[in-house]
Design a protein. Structure first.
Length: 203
């Protein structure tokens, strides 16, 4: 059976609005585009911890105002406009706060109780050290995957779909690579702490 376009789903919903059958068409739109909207939110705000919640809010608003979609543009264009406006409002709200905890997700990653590679870090310094290690050692995709998996507790297969990873092992490959790089960075950090301050360089 041919898959209905987004615009056709909206029309089907309008013809059955207020019924359980009509709501099924909205459910299809949600399932089809939720991951995309969450990625948009992450790219606009830089905050992976709030991306899913913002996406939920955006769909709620979109469905409440579905009557304003007149089909003059693609549904995704209309949805992106709502996403952009909501994320802009969110960024303005954060800017108005006295102190923003934008690094909260990275602080959570510092508390990986099952990861031995962080056991040697002193609790007081671990968050700052880990943030620096991630910035200096990992690429953008690895940081996103680590944050989603450990801070958001998102399954690896879901991360693979969300970030549209096309490599054979998906998010798992990026986790393995990131852990290797962080372990190496930790070894370098531990070695640097052992060097006597102001002492002569080893021959």
């Amino acid at each position: 059976m041919e898959e209905l376009s987004d615009e056709a789903l909206v029309e089907r919903y309008r013809s059955r609005a207020g019924t359980s059958a009509g709501n099924l068409f909205l459910d299809q739109l949600f399932q089809r585009h939720h991951s995309r909207v969450a990625v948009w939110c992450f790219r606009m705000t830089g905050d992976v911890s709030s991306a899913a919640d913002l996406a939920q809010e955006i769909f709620l608003k979109a469905f409440q105002h579905i009557g304003s979609f007149r089909g003059e543009s693609k549904f995704t264009t209309w949805l992106y406009s709502i996403t952009r406006n909501r994320c802009t409002d969110e960024l303005r709200l954060r800017a108005s706060r006295p102190e923003e905890t934008a690094d909260a997700t990275l602080e959570e990653i510092a508390d990986l109780r099952t990861e031995d590679i962080f056991a040697a870090l002193e609790r007081r310094d671990s968050e700052a050290v880990l943030k620096r290690m991630m910035r200096e050692s990992l690429d953008e995709v690895e940081i996103k995957v680590m944050t989603l998996h450990y801070a958001e507790e998102m399954p690896l297969d879901a991360i693979t779909r969300l970030l549209r990873l096309t490599n054979p092992s998906g998010a798992k490959a990026h986790i393995v690579s990131a852990r290797r790089k962080l372990a190496q960075a930790l070894d370098r950090w531990k070695h640097s702490r052992k060097k006597p301050a102001g002492g002569p360089a080893a021959e």
